[in-house]
Design a protein around this ligand. Structure first.
Ligand SMILES: [Zn+2]
Length: 145
């Protein structure tokens, strides 16, 4: 965990929401709910003749590396599976927002570094300093062998 001062208010809030979600969520499921309807095969069942009477069930579809797989969900677990999907989406959105914060922080750090570099080049004559840096680097490289 970085020191609090490094993090923006936004990033702190996002992290706290993610922590809260991780603490509360029963589970996470990545996929899209798909409603399946099928005939059960019994000739006497109404589904055999009436399309609107077909048996519905829930599956979770997920595509990975171009392959789609379906996870069938029993009736008693449908509500739970849908909650897990929702929580996966929430976690994903928080991570996306945290990605944005990370990029902003890197951009800011890069800008500060650039400023510091140009400031130090303006101050000193530079030639002596760069010479010193090179020798210290060479020494460091030799040591491991
Ligand atoms: Zn049927």
């Amino acid at each position: 965990m970085p020191s609090r001062s490094v993090l923006s208010t936004t990033e702190r809030q996002l992290r706290s929401r993610l922590r809260q979600l991780l603490g509360q969520a029963e589970g996470f499921l990545h996929g899209s709910p798909i409603e399946l309807s099928r005939k059960c095969g019994k000739p006497s069942c109404r589904c055999a003749t009436d399309q609107s009477m077909r048996h519905c069930s829930l599956a979770i579809g997920r595509t990975r590396q171009g392959k789609t797989t379906m996870l069938h969900i029993p009736k008693s677990m449908e509500a739970q599976a849908l909650r897990w999907i929702e929580d996966f989406k929430k976690a994903g959105a928080l991570l996306e927002a945290l990605d944005e914060q990370g990029r902003l922080r890197l951009d800011a750090a890069k800008a500060t570094r650039k400023k510091a570099l140009s400031a130090s080049q303006n101050k000193t004559g530079t030639k002596k300093k760069t010479g010193q840096k090179k020798t210290s680097r060479r020494k460091a490289r030799k040591r491991p062998s």
